[in-house]
Design a protein around this ligand. Structure first.
Ligand code: PBG
Length: 332
């Protein structure tokens, strides 16, 4: 009788035993984010002579070709795994002509990066047209204002070939057009780039958290929004379908984006994906934490490490984050 009472009051199972000090906690930690898991998104802009701070993303810049090289070197020295390059051209038009111009800003910057850090980190090129079109949508438009899916595929195939030719080690289509991975694979293979993998932004949601990015990349749609091609935040099953289609079309890696509001999607995709799973900690996630930290409402460094750990715990193997270089130092 007394034993039963004792058992109830003093439990035998005591999970706290394994939390008794930093050494014990380190020993039993299940999840570690490594610097080489991190990918740094970077912006390069044509026609500027000094890097331009992005006001809604404190600490981030629109780079010149020179300041980009410096940022890439810093990332490489910190042990970051890769870069994701976005370009902002001097001239925009209906079809986004600058995106596959061999002398366009992205191609020039890719050549710089391949030469400067190409052996030390994986230089990836974001493949979309929204930074290059004058209307800000991710492909040329039809008369009714919707993006012309199949015409866009032809454009993406050409952009992929130009990026690979300029030295991109990976191309990463982010436009959410149907059939984009197959079209890009064909474009790469036709142009002799059979060895260049595709990281597909497979499950990309129409998210408010891209807000600051649109200032950074100057790619906000002039009218309407992207709900006609990006996914509805209400849907999970659709994400698995998108991933399955992209894998069937030849995606070598798949991405979920954003991450923090979609950790369930990362976990589901990681459970079933036959290829590596990446996730993108997007501009709005960065801005939220930076803003709260500026006000003294959050411990910035702990917030960075905790959110990155949650991505990894959910199953993401590569994490795109604007904190990549700094986090690589924090995680050492
Ligand atoms: C372009 C693209 C976007 C982001 C990455 N690629 C914006 C969008 O789809 O509107 C967002 C990244 C971020 O918010 O950090 N297709």
């Amino acid at each position: 009788m007394t034993d039963t009472v004792r058992d109830a009051a003093f439990p035998v199972a005591r999970p706290r035993r394994l939390r008794r000090g930093p050494a014990m906690r380190r020993l039993v930690a299940e999840t570690r984010v490594l610097p080489e898991n991190l990918v740094l998104p970077v912006f390069v802009k044509e026609g500027i002579t000094e890097r331009v701070p992005i006001s809604s993303m404190p600490g981030q810049f629109q780079h010149t070709r020179d300041s980009l090289r410096a940022a890439a070197l810093e990332a490489a020295e910190a042990g970051v795994g890769g870069l994701m390059l976005f370009g902002i051209p001097g001239h925009k038009d209906e079809r986004g002509s600058a995106a596959d111009d061999p002398d366009g800003i992205v191609q020039a910057a890719l050549r710089d990066l391949a030469a400067e850090v190409g052996d030390d980190l994986v230089v990836m090129a974001d493949l979309c047209l929204c930074e290059y079109t004058d209307h800000g949508h991710c492909g040329p438009l039809m008369a009714d204002g919707h993006v012309d899916n199949d015409l866009t595929l032809e454009r993406y195939a050409s952009v992929a070939a130009a990026q690979a030719q300029a030295g991109a080690a990976v191309v990463a289509p982010s436009g959410m057009m149907d059939g984009q991975v197959a079209a890009i694979r064909a474009g790469l293979d036709r142009s002799g780039h059979t060895g260049v993998p595709i990281l597909a932004y497979a499950a990309k949601y129409a998210s408010v958290f891209y807000g600051p990015f649109r200032e950074a990349a100057e790619g906000a749609p002039r009218f309407g929004d992207r709900s006609g091609y990006q996914q509805d935040p209400a849907n999970a099953r659709e994400a698995l379908r998108e991933v399955a289609l992209d894998v069937a079309e030849g995606a070598d890696m798949v991405m979920v984006k954003p991450g923090l509001a979609y950790l369930d999607i990362i976990a589901k995709v990681a459970d079933s994906s036959p290829v590596p799973v990446s996730a993108y900690q997007v501009s709005g996630e960065y801005a939220m934490i930076e803003a709260a930290a500026q006000r003294g409402w959050l411990d910035r460094e702990r917030a960075i490490v905790e959110t990155l750990t949650s991505y990894r715990r959910a199953g993401a193997e590569q994490i795109l984050t604007y904190w990549a270089t700094e986090a690589a130092h924090l995680l050492r």
